[in-house]
Every structure is written in structure tokens, then in C-alpha cells.
Design a binder for this molecule. Structure first.
Ligand code: TEU
Ligand code: CA
Length: 569
């Protein structure tokens, strides 16, 4: 594996609207990000990915961009962005922007011009098609519900939108548009951003014949993703994008792709792949129901472990993934992946440890480092997210009661990850002096940065130890490049693996069960290390004060995780 500058780094996702508000309007801003750089530096963060801060009507919270060259005024100014870049640089930190090019906002000037004249030059920047017998051109269901085709008033044209109707899809096959997009990307790279997180990129290639699909729901529609899955030519498009932009700047790129096929990994993120890396969404995919969130079951531990083991094993000879437990589109990882008995600091630290030390780039989502949880909302009106409102409707239409549909939202809503960052125990969690744009989780008095900074045993202090371990001279190489091998796969409730490089191993042993579990440490070490005997000084990290060992028999308490050093072949 050729080493890249970002391999041994720690990344952090900021959802700017909910990070820190400096002017009391209830909305996080760029000054807020600048003000918290030292906090992030102290945590050990190197790379910061900012969810979209471009000019936007915020129908989908900034993922609907109306001007790619402007910072939205709710976040601040371009001068402030430049300050952020230089302040980050001073601290050896990198800024990564969100790149949303599958679609733009219906308020973008391109779309306004196209709408006025679908047959004119700008019409081909999008997908305008004529309806058939008064119906849309094809029976696609958009990802946010309803038809993916929106009629153009006063004409028989419709335009395609895979997401909300205010997010028309861009036609990247149009050479003029492609050029505009490349110019824009290079403009940001020239400015000094280190790279991009690339939104919904698997969707950019359509099947231009737009065939009808066999219906997969009561609405007679078929999931638009099925048309995307059969579109041809995506690889050429992505390669062209890379060559004309990212590659010239050695930019870091992380692609957002769901249901990545094993056989496509090499092309996407292999040595000469389209992108630097890609999120491992294998555990998020476990929670996706076929017809909507209301069908999503709980994620079972065995499936969770198997999903991660599978992606670790398939990737280690090909690429370097990015590991997440949550983001702005997902419920909080702690709420999703930990059972009731593990909803405590030990459980949170355990989940963090097993993810953080996997092979790949760890990326923390804001608030993960303090163990933020899903946020209970009192009524559907308290939710903001367009996707949540649609899934609520879908659940009601499927026959769930309002109370049941609210439970679905509590478990699944994207707003769970978007509630304001909890900085301290003062009003509004110290996020704003005004009225927060989205409800603050009522648990902020127990879960907040200030208290955890002052407590050596807190989740935050523990995350700092994890970061420090991954970065320390002695274990950095093995924790970055070490091979991954599962351990104790046949033991229920045990999540264990080892990372091995050049005669060094690090072993991670976690007990996700409700009961104590005893493991024999004999036989798990590679050849050449048979003389391994346990001793307490092999412990690099332990999330509990307790340690129960008799000879080579180690007993893990419920929710205990231990990280051990061992020689290894
Ligand atoms: O997400 C794309 C995507 O696949 C999600 O819509 C996902 O299916 C959904 O959130 C699961 O609940 C990206 C952004 O991350 C998301 O915030 C945007 O809404 C979306 O693209 C459209 O830009
Ligand atoms: Ca503000």
C-alpha cells in the first residue's frame, strides 16, 4: 500500500448549523467553527469535514446549493471562510468541503434559466422529459418520497429529482455543465481546501432512456435507485472528474456510496481509484428497511460484527476505508448499536474503541466524542428534516398509529444527529444565546463538553486517549497499516480483533454482552509469539477500572473493552 498523507490522521465531521452559534441567531456559524478549533486540536483532530456551507434555501439543509461560489449568509462570509482556512493551517489542520454535484437547488440560476426554457441551452444541464399521456415520463419514486418527476407549469415537460423536488438532478453528461463543475471544484482547491466529501456520487449517471420499473410499492412506483443501478458509464464519468480536478491537487476525497459492490471496490478506491476513500456504511445498511424506516428493525450484535469483519477483510488488500458510527443522516451510533444495558459510559467507550481501532480513517461526528444520544421530540412539528417528515407520512400510510410513527422517528430520524452540540450545562447547552433552530437534547445537563473536559473518566477524556494511542509513535504504524484479523468469532457477544504489522500486534477485546465473559488468551497470537504471557503492563487501554485475570484467563465484564499489546508475526 502506497502511503498517503491522510492515512494516519483523525477526521471530524462538523454539521455547521448545529455546532456553535456566535451571534445569537440560533444557528451555528463559521466564527463558531473558528472559535472551537483549539477544542478540536486538543482532541487530536487533523481533518475537518464541513457539511455544506454554500448559499442555499435549506430545503435539505444546504444539500440544495443555489450558488457554489458563495458562503450562505447564515454561516458568515467568504472572508471568514478564508480565516478558517488560515487558522486551521496554523494548527496543521485540513479543511474538507462537502461537494454536492448530483443536484443543485431549484433556486440556482442554471435551473431558473432552464425552467424558463427547457429546450434552451440550460435545459440540458438537467433532465427534462415530456410526460406520457398526462403522466410523468417514468414511474420513479424519489428518495424523499413521491414521484421523482416534477411537472413544469405551463408545459408538458417534467424534470428529474432523485431527492426533493427543490433538488433538480444535474446532467453531468452535458460538456458545458461538466466544465462549470470542474472549474468550481478547482476554484475551491486553489483556495486551499484539502479535498471533498462527495455527496450521493453513485447517483450521477442516469439511464437516459428512463425505462419504467416494475412497481415495488403500493404507490405503483419503483425506487429511482433501481434505474441508477442499471445506468452505464459511471466509471468513465468519475475518472474524468478525478483527472480534471482532484488528481491535479492531490486532494483527499471521500465518497458517499451506499451498497458498494465488492467487485467495484478496486475501481472506486483501489490504488488508482476514482476516490481516496469511501465511508464504510455496512453497519448503517443493516438498519435500512425495504419500504421505509418503519420497517427498520434493531441492529443485532452478530450482524453488526459480521458486517464490519466482512468489510475489513475484503478491503485490506485493496483500499483504506473511512470508519463511522454515525453522521448527519443517521441516528446516534450509541442509540442505534448499543442495547439498553450498555447505555452507559462503559458501553459508549466500548463502541468507540472497537470502531476507532479498525483499519481505516476514523471519522468522528460532532458530539460522538461526548456520547450524544438520539433526541426525544414531543411532536412531529419539532422535527425539521424533510426526509423524517416524509418517513413519518409513509409510516402512517402503512397503518402505524401516530404514536408508533413517532417512535420510528425517534429511532431513525436524521435530526437525531443534527440537534445542537452540547457544550455545557447552561441554557441551550451553551450552543446559542438565542433560540436554537432545532431542539436541544434535554439530556445536555448530563452530557456536555465542559463537564467531560473536567473529568478524567469521561467519554471525552477516553476518546482523547484513543486518539493519542492511534497517534503515538510506538503504535501508530500498526494501528494505521496493521493487518486486520478477527478473533473469537465463535464467541457470542465478543467483538475482538487484532492488528498486526512487522512483529507487533495490538489486540482489541470487547464484551458487548450483559454478562461477564471469560476468554482464554492462549492460542490467539501468531506464530513466533507462543511465549506470550499476560501481564498488566500489556494493557494499552481499559475502559473500566477493573481487571480480572487468572493466568491466561481473562474475564471481561459487561461492556468492558481492553486493548493489549503483543508481539506478533
Ligand atoms: O445523502 C444521500 C443519501 O443516500 C441519504 O439520502 C440517505 O439515503 C438517507 O439520508 C438515509 O436516511 C446525502 C446527504 O448526506 C444528505 O444529507 C442529503 O439529504 C442527500 O445526500 C441529498 O443531497
Ligand atoms: Ca449564528
Amino acid at each position: 500500500m502506497i502511503k498517503k498523507w491522510w492515512h494516519d490522521k483523525i477526521a471530524y465531521q462538523i454539521y455547521p448549523k448545529s455546532f456553535y452559534d456566535t451571534n445569537g441567531d440560533g444557528i451555528g456559524d463559521l466564527k463558531g467553527v473558528i472559535g472551537k478549533l483549539d477544542y478540536l486540536k486538543d482532541l487530536g483532530v487533523d481533518i475537518i469535514w464541513l457539511s455544506p456551507i454554500y448559499q442555499s434555501p435549506f430545503v435539505d439543509q444546504g444539500y440544495d446549493i443555489s450558488d457554489y461560489y458563495k458562503i450562505d449568509e447564515i454561516f458568515g462570509t467568504m472572508e471568514e471562510f478564508d480565516t478558517l482556512l488560515s487558522e486551521a493551517k496554523k494548527r496543521n489542520m485540513y479543511i474538507v468541503m462537502d461537494l454536492v454535484i448530483n443536484h443543485c437547488s431549484d433556486q440556482h440560476e442554471w435551473f431558473q434559466k432552464a425552467l424558463a426554457d427547457p429546450e434552451g441551452a440550460y435545459g440540458d444541464y438537467f433532465f427534462f422529459r415530456k410526460g406520457v399521456n398526462g403522466n410523468p415520463p417514468a414511474n420513479y419514486r424519489s428518495y424523499f418520497g413521491g414521484s421523482a418527476w416534477e411537472p413544469v407549469p405551463g408545459s408538458d415537460y417534467y424534470y428529474l429529482h432523485l431527492f426533493a423536488k427543490e433538488q433538480p438532478d444535474l446532467n453531468l453528461d452535458n460538456p458545458k455543465l461538466r466544465n462549470e463543475i470542474y472549474t468550481m471544484i478547482n476554484w475551491w482547491l486553489e483556495k486551499g481546501v484539502a479535498g471533498f466529501r462527495i455527496d450521493a456520487i453513485g447517483n450521477v449517471k442516469k439511464d437516459p432512456t428512463f425505462p419504467n420499473l416494475s412497481p415495488d410499492g403500493e404507490d405503483g412506483l419503483g425506487d429511482a435507485g433501481r434505474m441508477i443501478a442499471q445506468a452505464e458509464g459511471l466509471d468513465d464519468l468519475l475518472e474524468d472528474l478525478k483527472i480534471n480536478t482532484f488528481e491535479k491537487y492531490q486532494a483527499f476525497t471521500v465518497a458517499e456510496v451506499f451498497y458498494m459492490k465488492d467487485e467495484n471496490l478496486e475501481k472506486y478506491v483501489g490504488e488508482n481509484g476514482h476516490f481516496s476513500t469511501l465511508f464504510d456504511f455496512s453497519t448503517q445498511e443493516l438498519a435500512l428497511g425495504e419500504h421505509g424506516w418503519y420497517e427498520n428493525g434493531p441492529v443485532l450484535f452478530e450482524d453488526y460484527r459480521e458486517a464490519l469483519f466482512h468489510s475489513q477483510l475484503k478491503c485490506q488488500d485493496i483500499c483504506f476505508l473511512t470508519n463511522v458510527i454515525e453522521n448527519h443522516d443517521q441516528p446516534r451510533g450509541v442509540s442505534r448499536f448499543l442495547p439498553d444495558y450498555a447505555q452507559n459510559d462503559a458501553g459508549v467507550k466500548m463502541l468507540g474503541t472497537v470502531n476507532f481501532l479498525l483499519r481505516g480513517l476514523p471519522i468522528l461526528f460532532q458530539g460522538q466524542e461526548i456520547g450524544m444520544r438520539n433526541c426525544p421530540m414531543d411532536s412531529i412539528e419539532e422535527y425539521d428534516d424533510i426526509n423524517t417528515l416524509n418517513e413519518y407520512k409513509t409510516a402512517l400510510a402503512a397503518g402505524l398509529s401516530q404514536e408508533e410513527a413517532m417512535k420510528v422517528c425517534f429511532r431513525q430520524s436524521r435530526d437525531n444527529g443534527r440537534t445542537p452540540m452540547q457544550w455545557d450545562a447552561s441554557e441551550n447547552a451553551g450552543f446559542t444565546t438565542g433560540t436554537p433552530w432545532l431542539k436541544v437534547n434535554p439530556n445536555y445537563k448530563e452530557i456536555n463538553v465542559k463537564e467531560q473536559l473536567a473529568d478524567d473518566d469521561s467519554v471525552l477524556s477516553y476518546y482523547k486517549k484513543l486518539v493519542a494511542l492511534r497517534k503515538c509513535e510506538q503504535y501508530k504504524d500498526v494501528l494505521t497499516y496493521g493487518r486486520f484479523a478477527p478473533l473469537y468469532e465463535k464467541e457470542s457477544d465478543i467483538f475482538a480483533y487484532k492488528r498486526t504489522l512487522d512483529g507487533q500486534s495490538v489486540i482489541i477485546l470487547a464484551n458487548f454482552g450483559a454478562e461477564d465473559k471469560t476468554l482464554s488468551l492462549d492460542g490467539i497470537f501468531p506464530e513466533g509469539a507462543e511465549d506470550f504471557t499476560f501481564s498488566p503492563d500489556r494493557i494499552l487501554l481499559n475502559n473500566l477500572d477493573d481487571l480480572f485475570v487468572e493466568g491466561q484467563q481473562l474475564t471481561l465484564k459487561s461492556c468492558q473493552v481492553i486493548v493489549l499489546y503483543a508481539p506478533g508475526a
